[in-house]
Write a protein of this length. Sequence first.
Length: 316
Amino acid sequence: MVVLLIVLFLLIIFESLYLLYYRKQIREIGEQLAFISKHHSFKFIQTQMKPKEISQLIDSCNVMLRTQREMNQQFIRKNEEMNTTIVSLSHDIRTPLTSLDGYLQLATRTESTQEKTHYMKLAQTRTERINSLLDELFLYTRLEHKEYSLELELMDVVNILKQRLFTFIEEFSEIGYEPNIRFPEAPVYIIGESNAVKRVIENIIKNYFVHGEGTMTIHCGEKGDAFIVDFSNEIRGAKSINLDSIFTPFYKGDTARTSHSSGLGLFIVKTLMEKMQGDVSADILQERFHLRLSFQKATKEENHGERAKSTNYINY
């Protein structure tokens, strides 16, 4: 009986000590959490001795701290990107606005009808530039939402290429270079969205007018299940172009001519291509800048059905 009482007494002492140890461990965890929260510390919770339950608690706290830090870092990066975006947009919009105001003032002051017409035409070009910037910004904000999607369907990409090139005939004539094109004679059906494909081609051609030189070459080919469209042209300052950043928002490789570019064109190209289950890549080969679009071709069954329905195509 005496032995049993001694054993019970020892167990009570052990449980009491263990309880005190638990309380100490929990108190230390609370103090570390308070310190981390107060000083925005990058430390994690640590203890010298870790009973199973305490160890699980510490692991859970550290997972939450790691997640919170990653979220904070993402927030900081997003905030920096937003600040950069605001500064870039402010400059891009303010520049044509200032010119627009100046031309309108000159138009109101002059008495010459010819000069007034000249200034009004210049003002109109600045208005068009502002509209283009706002349109790109609007599309950029829509593409930034993960919920934004495209309704994909079958379409003849060769026909769309010819149509979009036709709309730029006047611009090609002004620079004195006709595009060197090589398209398949037969229609090529891909999975895509008509307006998105048109916008992709339009942005690439506009990028050429702003940054490119010489003749634009557009060649098409097939690689496995993909239909490849390669746009290439000569380019100045090829070494200054960062191919890893060229598809990021507001990237401007040609700092000498940034007033004509928002830096969103190729980002929009890449994002639209990805939403159409395609891809785009950039490369510089022998002083020529290449942009390659990779579209997903339709299956033979889909292609056969679409050919049966299509009869008329626009020739370029």
